[in-house]
Design a protein around this ligand. Structure first.
Ligand SMILES: [Zn+2]
Length: 408
């Protein structure tokens, strides 16, 4: 056993509801606290002094200076395995060019597909690990990563194998998701419905066989896959034993309803969700995931996070880090900016990037500092936890712990 502390404040996030709005006075803030760690898990959270008296012989890892401690963050939606760079798309979009004009000059998602297809596994592994390490430096220790820039059997499997390999190089938990249904590739001869069938017949069985992912995602949108064909695809993927998540309601409404109807773990984006569908989603077990990085990258409106929480929904916040629409990758900056536009309490933001986003990944062993939970936590050199969001991402994490060990 090991005692880590003292911390000026430990914000445990325990004993909070999974769904609905939260006020900051619901937060448990332990002053001059300590964490007792046993075999990578939290044994006890209490005042440092009490723990020292109760366990006089325990090894002590002393915290220097004034620091606060939070559960480590969970980024439940990223696309950080990719080749190439789309800075020119960003510049063109900001200069007023349309999606089509950008595509005509060789930009758009197809350029990421070409770069990812032409990259070998080592190159992809190297850049993916660099992005993972950046996320860890922010205090994020659980990272979902999607495929979706391969869009054929060989390259979708290549991406998922790279993510699996990346797991052997990092202590962070990586959660792979198959997003072969990102869009129908230009070189697929057949309808989008036939492409979805191809995924079911040719890709998902191999994903299962090699144990590359337990989750399947789809982009339901006018430019990608239509609602009815998507629903059929998701029900079949579910029959194969996959958990479901959906890129829903980014530009047009209607698909969050499908996510709920198929029992998806999460519906992500929701910038265009209509009020009636917010109610429907909020009454379900499907997590509503806001992706403020995409709103910031595209200059589009934010997910109606306030309405989702007020309606009693489970709100998570994730980075959507990808080369096209969300290049920033700084979840803390994005979540605090979402808070200023959507009027979210600190408790709601912290819940959205910890235990509520962990729930979206079916990882209920983390996201709070409580007995039996995975000892993943992050510390900041400050005397007040409010400073983390107040500085909008510019207050750097002091240390990041995974399974009770300092890693960054
Ligand atoms: Zn995405």
């Amino acid at each position: 056993m090991k005692l880590i502390g003292p911390f000026k404040q430990i914000v445990t996030l325990r004993n909070l509801p999974l769904r609905g709005k939260l006020s900051d006075d619901q937060l448990e803030i332990m002053t001059d606290g300590g964490l007792l760690i046993k075999e990578g898990k939290i044994e006890k959270v209490d005042s440092f002094q009490n723990l020292k008296e109760q366990f006089p012989n325990v090894e002590i890892e002393k915290i220097e200076g004034v620091q606060i401690c939070l559960p480590a963050f969970v980024d439940s939606h990223t696309h950080i395995c990719f080749g190439g760079n789309r800075a020119n798309d960003f510049a063109m979009r900001n200069a007023g060019k349309t999606y089509l004009e950008i595509a005509e000059t060789g930009g758009g998602i197809w350029s990421s597909v070409q770069h990812t297809r032409s990259a070998n596994e080592e190159e992809l592994l190297k850049t993916t690990l660099e992005r993972i390490n950046f996320l860890i430096s922010l205090g994020i220790t659980t990272i979902e990563i999607k495929s979706g820039y391969g869009l054929d059997a060989e390259n979708e499997l290549k991406m998922l194998r790279v993510i699996k390999k990346a797991q052997t190089f990092t202590k962070a938990t990586l959660v792979p998701t198959c997003l072969a249904a990102h869009l129908k590739p230009r070189d697929f001869e057949g309808s989008s419905q036939e492409y979805l069938q191809f995924i079911l017949d040719e890709i998902l069985p191999k994903v299962k066989e090699e144990n590359l992912a337990k989750r399947v995602d789809i982009f339901i949108e006018k430019s990608a896959f239509l609602p009815e064909e998507s629903k059929e695809f998701l029900l079949k993927a579910k029959e194969l034993g996959f958990e479901i998540t959906v890129h829903a309601d980014q530009f047009t409404s209607g698909s969050s309803r499908i996510a709920v109807e198929v029992g998806a773990k999460s519906a992500d984006h929701l910038e265009a969700t209509i009020d009636e569908d917010i109610e429907f989603l909020a009454q379900s077990e499907t997590v509503a995931t806001a992706l403020p990085g995409a709103s910031l990258g595209l200059g589009e409106k934010f997910t109606p996070a306030r309405k989702i929480l007020d309606a009693g929904g489970i709100l998570a916040i994730a980075s959507d880090w990808n080369p096209g629409s969300a290049p920033m990758g700084n979840l803390i900056a994005q979540a605090s900016i979402l808070a200023t536009f959507e009027k979210l309490s600190t408790a709601e933001v912290l819940a959205g990037i910890t235990f509520r986003s962990a729930f979206a990944l079916s990882l209920e062993d983390r996201g709070t500092l409580d007995k039996g939970k995975k000892a993943d936590f992050v510390t900041f050199k400050t005397d007040n936890f409010q400073n983390v969001l107040y500085h909008q991402g510019s207050l750097k994490a002091e240390a990041v712990y995974i399974d009770g060990e300092k890693t960054a």
